[in-house]
Design a protein around this ligand. Sequence first.
Ligand code: GDP
Ligand code: IMO
Ligand code: MG
Length: 427
Amino acid sequence: MPAYAVIGGQWGDEGKGKIIDYLARKASVVARYSGGNNAGHTVINDQGKFAFHLVPCGIAWENVMNVIGNGVVVDPNILIDEITKIKKANLPGKILISNKSHVVMPYHIELDQLEERSRGNTSIGTTGRGIGPAYVDKVARSGIRMDELLYPLKLQEKLSEIIEVKNNIIQKIYNGNPVSLENTVNSIFRWNNFLSPYIDEINHLFEKTLNQDKNIILEGAQGSLLDIDHGTYPYVTSSNSTIGGAITGLGIPPKKITRNIGIYKAYCTRVGSGAFPTEIKGKIGEKIRQQAGEFGTTTGRGRRIGWFDSVAAKFSSNINGFNSIVITRLDTLDSWKEIKICTKYELDGKIIENFPVDHEKLSQCKPIYETLEGWNSSTFGISEYSKLPLKAKKYLSFIEKKLNIPINLISTGPKREEIIAIKDPIP
Ligand code: GDP
Ligand code: IMO
Ligand code: MG
């Protein structure tokens, strides 16, 4: 039966974790397809509050298989830590790691941080988790796959050569600290011991599930505007967070994806460097950040805040082909007197409605806003559409018209039940 993709429509942190946890009650499989532990997905439900970095957000549901796909890069230390916490919290979901997913090694983490430092004031603001360098090795065909952790003696032999090369780069180019071969070898035996039962091939499971009357959720990480091809390059992550990544990152036939669900915050945030036309800078931005608690789930960095950008949103919905929209954090706008939405940009004295490809051009774009009246009352926790203030409904309908895609869910708080289901995207 069908697959449902859940994809961030902005620069990440749209609330994908919350929505996937909500939707997963109707799924047999939740499969993460891209990124690594640069992601931080918050889930709050009856079992507690969790921040998942690698394990998919269907883990709180019994009988849901949570797959880490071949498109993901996995830091085994982080995954072991996460699985240990999941077991402690008695979360009942099951876990399967693709034997084709790549390992984030200690030298990747070292290199990520050294490369960032050497970029100086053009640094990307990566999460420093080794994600970029791990994907570089994957594409260069010199990466280590999870499958290889099943044969640690063989991997040990290969590792001494790799580490020699990596340490040359670390020391001679970046003047950094070498990675210890001995510690890394000890690690691979520990990883083998803990993770072996979870590592297997994933495609038979998808085939079986899709042939039965069961649903698969394809879990996106990051956001479409951070996609390596379609995002604000070079201020992007190193994988395809858009729909193409879901297909290659799992091995799911495109025709099986019946619904493609775009998650958008009711405003915008961005972590790290890069153009952000609707950014609210200075004291007001800081005030909103503090009030809304907009700090990264992975790094704790303050998130940059901005108005909803419908030019960027339309671009991401077009490249993904969203046919269902979810708006999160509506309640965060409750006390704003007026709310702006960017509907066009001005670039070099001309009005444009298309999101520029070139980052330099995007950074010169001036947003043109339409201003709507704020509703000035609490929507927090509302679960029925009829109970929303009229002005909040007007705001949502403005976004819906701009994107020309139905809003199926509206999130009004961080907890699972704080949601308005206009029409559940998974029937
Ligand atoms: P993700 O990376 O897309 O899963 O999003 P994050 O978990 O990194 O960031 C989203 C933040 O917003 C988390 O702190 C969530 O608990 C919170 N959140 C999600 N939906 C809502 C909502 O509707 N209202 C409020 N107030 N918080 C929300
Ligand atoms: P979730 O899944 C927000 C950003 C980083 C940086 C850029 C590159 O929680 O939405 P990287 O470490 O990937 O090389 O960093 O991408 N970034 C995210 N921003 N949410 C995320 O994930 C992110 N994952 C990466 O801040 O700007
Ligand atoms: Mg996040």
